[in-house]
Design a protein around this ligand. Structure first.
Ligand SMILES: [Fe+2]
Ligand SMILES: [Fe+2]
Length: 280
């Protein structure tokens, strides 16, 4: 199986490809004749540009999996559907996909950070939504986690808000889901922002599959601005796992990336737009 990063905050010098704040990865599993798009980045133009340069025809993608409803993961949906020219497109996500989402910061006040589209708009372009809160097997060895229990460690949802009955309330991002691929070397876990917390994501993946070996962790760990003590905790936790390839990118944050790169040495993969991972 092959995982190609199509949208990311970082880029590793692939001619003509571009980066933006956001994440998207292409997952190709030839044994299952399955090609999935995981998340879609922010603008759509970046996803479409990079998809074209990766030599992928959007019409050949079987389904889209969305990690959570934030704009930097859902923003490319319309452009992607338009490129499929009216073909039906299966989109698998948590049912909160169109719930408004906000962030509060001292600098910008409250701003909208949710899905920029309405469900009807995307359906008119061919989107067919499948919602799941529970783990959902898409094909042999391909599982969308659905809601991730927060039993094993902290989550990263500070300053996030959602609409309550009487105004904005804390958003714990229950929609934050991950994609699990069962490779012969162990699990490959692809995260969006990792809001659920990497301990919870990995332990839930182990729980669902019964597999303890982790062949790869790819995606955002949401440690931008995290306390040093939290970064150290994540380094300790990940070091305790049987982990072969660690590729934390997108919203992981440079300080956490540096700490993890130091701890993991050659197992740490510097990743960005255009990076390709292959697993048996
Ligand atoms: Fe994100
Ligand atoms: Fe997010």
């Amino acid at each position: 199986m092959k995982v190609t990063i199509l949208v990311d905050n970082y880029i590793l010098g692939h001619k003509g490809m571009v980066a933006e704040h956001g994440f998207s990865a292409l997952v190709e599993i030839p044994e299952n004749e399955l090609t999935l798009l995981f998340d879609t980045g922010t603008t759509g133009s970046v996803l479409m540009n990079n998809i074209r340069l990766a030599g992928v025809n959007p019409a050949n993608i079987d389904a889209v999996v969305i990690s959570h409803r934030h704009y930097d993961h859902t923003g490319g949906l319309r452009a992607f559907l338009e490129a499929r020219k009216g073909r039906d497109t299966i989109i698998i996500s948590h049912p909160d996909l169109f719930e408004p989402a906000y962030a509060k910061s001292r600098k910008d006040g409250i701003r909208y950070i949710g899905n920029p589209f309405r469900r009807e708009e995307l359906e008119s372009l061919g989107a067919r939504f499948i919602y799941t809160r529970r783990p959902m097997k898409i094909a042999d060895g391909v599982i969308v986690t659905g809601e991730i229990p927060r039993e094993w460690g902290p989550s990263h949802t500070g300053h996030m808000l959602r609409q309550g009955d009487e105004g904005l309330i804390e958003d714990t991002l229950p929609d934050d889901s991950a994609l699990i691929l069962e490779a012969t070397e162990g699990l490959v876990i692809i995260t969006g922002c990792g809001h659920a917390g990497i301990e919870n994501i990995i332990e839930y993946a182990i729980n669902i599959t019964g597999e303890r070996r982790i062949a790869g962790v790819i995606g955002g760990l949401h440690l931008m601005g995290a306390e040093d003590s939290r970064i150290e905790e994540v380094v300790r936790y990940l070091s305790s796992k049987e982990l072969t390839t660690l590729a934390p990118t997108h919203c992981t944050g440079l300080r956490a990336q540096a700490a993890l790169a130091t701890a993991f040495g050659k197992k740490y993969a510097v990743a960005g737009v255009g990076t390709v991972f292959t697993f048996e």
